[in-house]
Design a protein around this ligand. Structure first.
Ligand code: HEM
Length: 470
């Protein structure tokens, strides 16, 4: 029963499930249809939950800044602890662990970020050299597989360290293959489907977690400060078992590559599909190399400072444009009490304790009023007069939020700066060293099965070829 002042409710005719099936099939289209019928704020019953969607981007700020009545961490803790198999942080057994873990994210910014980025650059170059330096003639590979293999290994070594065994690459690729199997079940786990119903997922997850037991991690060399700080922190909690600590490390690995790999794929795919974009970005890269007196070539010894990475405006714009097109993360908050949500223009809506409030930035990313021809890839959308463009408008009004692949407010991704650097460095090295082109002419579409959960995967893989530039 709706009370006066509550948003319209879309219940669906299936008890409990409500609109879950149609939402899961194509959330983006479903939400647009409801917006046409019910306006910018409505509540949908989905799998037993009441989710109120805020569709107007000018109202986002009222949700994002209200972190007192609209909580995020408890929800995230419930979902992540179940998905990655560690005991919930909020149960009271681990005082301040959540806050302390957040404090550790400082090692993903500032000076530690520069060190991480330097290591990532070196690791990427080692992998490119090991994997690709024989490509004096055209080599063909599948693009998603390639991005996954390079980004997984480079991120793994940067964060957790090098596996010193002679077959170090093999050890990491075995972890990667299991990771891919686990990741395929991720949308089901996130939808609260019991892991026992998901084939071998439970076994694969256990094996993955075992890699992160302390006795294994101590063998890895040159890991990052952020992972070391997490390790030190976990040691302070006696009630956290060895397996639990390992599960936390595994969760962090997932966070660090689960979105970065598909995002790298899309950035590369769109560049190869658009020769004018590829030429402009390569030009910028060549220019930077020339102006800093660095040479591409067999030494694989390119160094980029933070400032230089920041100044690659065409590369950044192309990357942002692909993020705009492939990201679909839902920003969720949970109402902590019955209260009146006050929005712009004296609008007020009643929310009940336990209701979910959701922002769905994919709607904003694809809004033709904000982005002209939103389905078209325009690599220079985020450039104005040769500089980064940060002013976007809807209905003549400037938007505070216009690109949100990394979430918002208290739930914003702490790894966003590293993620952008990693993807820039991957593309930089690829285009600096190789001629690259698509080897198949087929359309790759977004696979919608993880809508609302982050970067969407491609529905099929596609072949590309590369060869060392002369
Ligand atoms: C393109 C790449 C990436 C994207 C699009 C992305 C996106 C996101 C988003 C949307 C969230 C919030 C999730 C939510 O609201 O429930 C998040 C959280 C998180 N991300 Fe990222 N991320 C990326 C890369 C990374 C990297 C490289 C790292 C670490 C090295 C990282 C670490 C994390 C962590 C630890 C959290 C959880 C934060 C918390 O405890 O609240 N992410 N990410």
């Amino acid at each position: 029963n709706r009370k006066i002042g509550e948003p319209p409710l879309i219940n669906g005719w299936i008890p409990y499930l409500g609109k879950a099936l149609i939402f899961r099939k194509d959330a983006y289209k479903f939400l647009l249809d409801q917006q046409k019928k019910f306006g910018d704020i409505f509540t949908v019953r989905i799998a037993g939950r009441y989710i109120t969607f805020i569709m107007d981007p000018f109202q986002y700020v009222y949700i994002i800044r209200n972190s007192k009545q609209l909580e995020f961490h408890e929800f995230a803790d419930k979902m992540a602890s179940k998905t990655f198999d560690y005991p919930p942080l909020s149960k009271g057994n681990f005082p301040d662990l959540k806050e302390n873990l957040h404090r550790v994210y400082q090692y993903l910014q500032g000076k530690p970020l520069d060190i991480l980025s330097d290591h990532m650059m070196k690791n990427l170059q080692d992998i490119f050299e090991w994997k690709c330096s024989q490509a004096t003639d055209w080599e063909t590979e599948k693009m998603y597989k390639f991005c996954c293999s390079v980004m997984f290994e480079a991120s793994f070594v940067t964060l957790y360290g090098r596996v010193p065994a002679a077959d170090g690459h093999k050890v990491i690729s075995e972890i990667r293959d299991k990771f891919i199997k686990f990741d395929a079940s991720f949308p089901y786990l996130a939808a609260n489907i019991p892991i026992e119903l998901l084939g071998a997922t439970k076994k694969v997850r256990k094996e993955l977690i075992h890699n992160f037991l302390l006795q294994n991690m101590t063998k890895w060399l040159g890991g990052s400060k952020v992972v070391q700080a997490r390790q030190d922190l976990f040691e302070k909690y006696e009630l956290l078992g060895d397996y639990d600590k390992a599960a936390h490390h595994f969760a962090f690995l997932w966070a660090s590559v689960g979105n970065t790999i598909p995002a790298t794929f899309w950035a590369m795919y769109y560049l190869l599909r658009h020769p004018e974009a590829l030429a402009a970005v390569r030009d910028e890269i060549d220019h930077l190399l020339q102006s800093t007196g660095q040479k591409r070539g067999p030494a694989y010894d390119i160094h980029l400072t933070r400032e230089q990475l920041d100044n690659l405006v065409y590369l950044e714009s192309a990357l942002n444009e692909s993020l705009r097109m492939c990201s679909s993360s839902m920003n969720i908050r949970i109402s902590q009490e019955d209260f009146i949500l006050k929005l712009e223009g004296n609008q007020e809506f009643g929310l009940r304790k336990g209701d979910w409030i959701a922002l769905y930035p994919q709607i904003l990313h694809m809004d033709p009023e904000v982005y002209e021809d939103p389905k078209e890839y325009k690599f220079d959308r985020y450039i104005e007069n040769g500089k980064k463009k940060t002013t976007f408008y809807k209905a003549g009004r400037k938007l505070k939020y216009f690109l949100m692949p990394f979430g918002s407010g208290i739930s914003m991704c702490p790894g966003r700066f590293l993620a952008m650097n990693e993807m820039k460095m991957f593309l930089f090295l690829l285009l600096a060293h190789f001629d690259v082109e698509l080897a198949e002419n087929k359309a790759v579409r977004l696979d919608n099965s993880r809508m609302g959960l982050g970067i969407l995967l491609p529905d099929v893989d596609i072949a590309f070829r590369y060869k060392l530039r002369s």
